[in-house]
Design a protein around this ligand. Structure first.
Ligand code: KIV
Length: 301
């Protein structure tokens, strides 16, 4: 490795530790909350040092990092591996870890035990759980165990097989009613924030006005208290079709691909490494070696 980790320094000296309490402060003061996913040390550091409020180790890492087809296959151990790496890179942001599919649905005890692992082993400060009304009792029990929980309703990717695909939710009256009930149940359960994914802007606005918990939208319009995007989407590292709500801020695919192609071309054409990129013997050793080699040549060896 060519880099020595240096101390974290916010660029403008303004960074401070984000907590679940400060998220509420941000909502009260109408200050938009920012959240990005991160799955490794390097991106976690960049995201944290840029002043993002919440770093989410999303189970979207199933696709972005591990190449799975959807989020259903990723395990608690796989998630923990990434949460630990992200923990080492995050200083100021609130670190939220996604509870993967199968780690909380079976029963509350199992859910609490898995949530403990994310806090004790991974260093997460909150866990995120998909589902509203029907998960509220279990979420309350996790919060009673002193673990903050982030809710997640709307298009919940772990329900892909039940929803019959990734479909925008809350498009008819009964869907809107259900989403309102979900949001209110999570609000009453005392969650730290509610992720609203893939729902009409008007519905997200109603929920945001109704609940005291901060809402964080993804494909849920601008009236949410905050916005989250998947890191790989904003830097174009996801290979597939981008959803309507994704805004691409950089083209890391092109950047990385060009760097790799240039390295390959330089090695193939003997342009890399140059003399300046090579280590050299100290002068005295070099002189000694030249003498030895000259003597050998003189003796015909
Ligand atoms: O897994 C994830 O990245 C998420 C966000 C998109 C909210 O759940």
């Amino acid at each position: 490795m060519s880099l020595t980790p240096i101390d974290f320094r916010p660029p403008d000296g303004s960074a401070h530790k984000v907590t679940t309490a400060s998220l509420h402060e941000l909502k009260v003061h109408h200050e938009p909350i920012t959240c990005l996913t991160a799955y490794d040390y390097a991106t976690a550091r960049l995201v944290d040092e840029a002043g993002i409020d919440i770093v989410l180790v999303g189970d979207s890492l199933a696709q972005t990092m591990l190449g799975y087809e959807n989020t259903l296959s990723v395990t608690v151990d796989e998630m923990l591996h990434h949460v630990k790496a992200v923990r080492r890179g995050v200083r100021n942001a609130l670190l939220v870890a996604d509870m993967p599919y199968g780690s909380y649905q079976a029963n509350p005890l199992n859910a609490i035990e898995n949530a403990f692992r994310f806090v004790k082993e991974g260093g997460a400060e909150a866990v995120k759980i998909e589902g509203g009304e029907k998960r509220a009792d279990m979420i309350r029990q996790i919060i009673d165990a002193e673990i903050p929980v982030a809710g997640h309703i709307g298009l919940t990717p772990q329900s892909v097989n039940v929803m019959g695909g990734y479909k925008v939710q809350g498009k008819n009256l009964s869907g809107i009613e259900q989403l309102m009930r979900d949001a209110i149940a999570l609000d009453r359960a005392g969650v730290a924030c509610i992720y609203l994914e893939g729902i009409p802007r008007e519905v997200a606005a109603m929920i945001t006005a109704e609940v005291s918990t901060p809402t964080i939208g993804i494909g849920a319009g601008p009236e949410c208290d905050g916005q989250v995007l998947v890191f790989h989407d904003i830097v174009n590292l996801t290979f597939g079709h981008a959803a309507k709500f994704v805004r691409q801020y950089a083209d890391a695919s092109a950047l990385i691909s060009n760097a790799v192609r240039s390295f390959r071309a330089d090695v193939k054409s003997h342009q890399y490494p140059s003399d300046e990129e090579s280590y050299h013997l100290p002068k005295e050793t070099r002189a000694g070696l030249d003498t030895v080699l000259a003597r050998k040549r003189a003796m015909g060896r």
